[in-house]
Design a protein around this ligand. Structure first.
Ligand SMILES: Cc1ncc(COP(=O)(O)O)c(C=O)c1O
Length: 437
């Protein structure tokens, strides 16, 4: 093992041995090399005469660039765009995102958590979680309604195994009891679990209520008290799009510092929150489960391991998108413009609810799952097969939907104008009725 990796492991273990136990084999081995990047950083501070360390081309003291590219970035200095961003991301952006987390998640107040590390959006962050914490055979606990890419990341890439529980309970609320039972079984059998928590959820569009949120936290605490090491992963891709009476903050705030056996990870980003999907800018943030001595060093060790994973895969996240996001976060119009877009999406969600409630006939062919947030809602088909209906809608009505499984059809209301929603659902209904005939 590289001595730098051993140092990071010791910093984690010295602070909280359970946090160190939760690392995968790869997670144990990861470190951030001192090589070229740290020599470059030293030279940046001290090489007054000539600095010939940086792996870019320069001209007149700034990165070289092509005017045909730069003409699209009028107003931005070349060194904010073309040079590599620091491996953990632009420091000011990291600091501002941390402030944003504190502002938007009151439960984080007084909690010990890391500086967010910039990633190439959430998928990348979820893969870093896999690198750091998932060994072949480790169990991932997730609801049956989950983003399909989790399987590719954690089962295919990391060779973990999924243990799924039903998302909804009989009352149409979040099935925290299912999570609790699954975790307590694992506590006895396995001693480790990686829990995926994604709210607002893809594909259902559901975020738990305050009481359900508390029940989730209690389920995690009960497993930890029963001796299970729990890595909780809050996938907050759709954070902030809470339209009704649900939790309005990330569970990360309540899971941070919950128990020494609970290591909390938050993966979030600008892709969906700031409507810049293609910018590929996100953040990964850690809380080690304990505020005891050495917490800062332990968090720094996790940051370094994440940076090691970044260095080994993408090297660093794109610089122009970080610069633009940073400008947006500092812009006096940021909050107002975000609120306007939030209202547009909320109106669409409420219009879907109105259309569903206004059409008694819809209940012959489907039942809508509860939804209160995010981009999506799902229909549980009563008779039709979801894939057959999807194809039927596409071929005969020119309507594209997603078949989530045999019975459930996902509708992304974030990408349809409010005035078209009634017609969309009428076509879905017509499709289901004609297919059933
Ligand atoms: C639940 C969930 N997590 C993560 C992602 C990936 O987001 P990103 O585009 O930031 O990688 C998605 C995107 O569809 C998602 O639905």
């Amino acid at each position: 093992m590289n001595p730098l990796a051993a140092e990071l492991n010791a910093a984690l273990a010295g602070h909280n041995p359970h946090a160190e136990e939760m690392l995968s084999d790869l997670g144990h081995e990861l470190y951030f090399p001192k090589g070229i990047l740290s020599q470059t950083a030293e030279a940046k501070a001290k090489a007054h005469k000539f600095n010939v360390t940086i792996g870019i081309a320069t001209e007149n003291g700034a990165p070289m660039y092509l005017p045909c590219i730069h003409k699209h970035f009028a107003g931005f200095p070349p060194n904010q765009l073309y040079s590599y961003a620091p491996p953990a991301g632009k420091p000011e952006l990291r600091a501002l995102w941390r402030e944003k987390l504190l502002r938007e998640n009151p439960s984080l107040e007084g909690k010990t958590f890391s500086l967010p590390v910039v990633i190439s959006a959430l998928t990348h962050g979820l893969s870093i979680v896999g690198d750091l914490f998932v060994n072949p055979g480790d169990i991932l606990v997730a609801p049956d309604q989950m983003w399909g890419n989790y399987r590719l990341i954690y089962a295919v890439r990391n060779r973990g195994q999924f243990r799924c529980y039903p998302f909804f309970n009989a009352q149409g609320g979040f099935n925290a009891e299912g999570l609790r039972t699954t975790l307590l079984e694992l506590a006895a059998a396995q001693g480790k679990a990686v829990v995926l928590l994604n709210f607002p959820n893809n594909p259902t569009g559901y975020t738990p209520t305050e009481a359900e949120g508390e029940a989730i936290v209690e389920a995690v605490r009960a497993a930890a008290q029963a001796g299970c090491n729990v890595v909780t992963v809050c996938d907050d891709a759709y954070f902030g799009l809470f339209y009704e009476d649900s939790l309005k903050e990330s569970l990360f705030g309540r899971l941070a510092g919950l128990h020494p056996r609970v290591l909390a990870v938050k993966v979030d980003g600008a892709t969906k929150e700031e409507f810049v999907w293609g910018f590929r800018t996100g953040f990964i943030t850690f809380a080690t489960g304990s505020a005891e001595a050495g917490a800062e060093e332990a968090l720094a060790a996790l940051e370094k391991k994440a940076m090691g994973s970044i260095r080994a895969t993408i090297s660093n996240a794109a610089h122009p998108s970080q610069t633009l996001l940073l400008e947006a976060l500092k812009d006096p119009d940021f909050a107002k413009e975000k609120e306007e877009k939030f209202q547009v999406l909320k109106e669409r969600a409420l219009e879907v609810k109105r259309v569903l409630a206004a059409n008694e006939k819809f209940r012959e062919v489907w039942e809508a799952y509860p939804f209160n947030s995010g981009y999506f809602m799902c229909l549980k088909l009563k008779n039709a097969n979801a894939e057959a209906l999807r194809l039927h809608l596409l071929e005969n009505y020119g309507v594209g939907t997603i078949a989530v499984n045999a019975t459930d059809l996902r509708v992304t209301f974030s990408c349809i104008a409010k005035e078209d929603i009634a017609e969309l659902f009428e076509l879905l209904y017509q499709g289901a009725v004609t297919l059933e005939r």
